[in-house]
Ligand binder design. Structure first.
Ligand code: FES
Length: 160
């Protein structure tokens, strides 16, 4: 009678073996699934770019997000306007083209104060920056004004 009491000792190792078989079976099933996906999207190539470029805002109207900065009619052609409270200068180098730059001079950080003759002028030491691309037209600044993101929708200019 005593010999029977040893049998249960072997049970745990049998369970371990079953669990291992179960895991192997799952791995096989996953491999089979993933090989199916590749062959289904070959026929049309029209959606190539749908995955990129729409991360932030996909609205063409410009209603969502951004703060309206100005009307296009506020920005003189060949010149621009300084929005000191926003730290931004908006320019219209050529008709219908709008650009925006930081209004903080790259020399020692003064706020630019005027725009004349196609240049954004810093009052502190007289640096001048191009309204076209923010580049330095006259020192002592050596770096151009960094561009700011704006979007133009109809007659409204918004800060992105
Ligand atoms: Fe603008 Fe010096 S801070 S020119």
């Amino acid at each position: 009678m005593t010999s029977e009491s040893f049998e249960p000792v072997t049970a745990p190792s049998r369970r371990t073996a079953l669990a291992a078989v179960g895991a192997a079976g799952l791995a096989v099933a996953l491999t089979a699934c993933s090989s199916d996906d590749d062959s289904s999207s070959d026929s049309s190539s029209s959606k190539d770019t749908s995955g990129s470029g729409t991360a932030g805002s996909s609205t063409a109207q410009g209603d969502a997000g951004g703060t309206e900065l100005a009307k296009t009619s506020d920005i003189p052609e060949g010149g621009g306007k300084i929005f000191a409270s926003k730290g931004v200068v908006v320019t219209q180098p050529t008709a219908g083209t709008y650009k925006a730059f930081s209004s903080k001079c790259t020399h020692q950080g003064c706020a630019v104060s005027s725009i004349s003759g196609g240049a954004i002028v810093c009052p502190c030491h007289g640096s001048e920056f191009s309204v076209t691309d923010g580049s330095v037209k006259k020192g002592p600044a050596t770096q151009g004004l960094p561009a700011e993101q704006i979007s133009v929708s109809g007659d409204s200019i918004t800060l992105a």
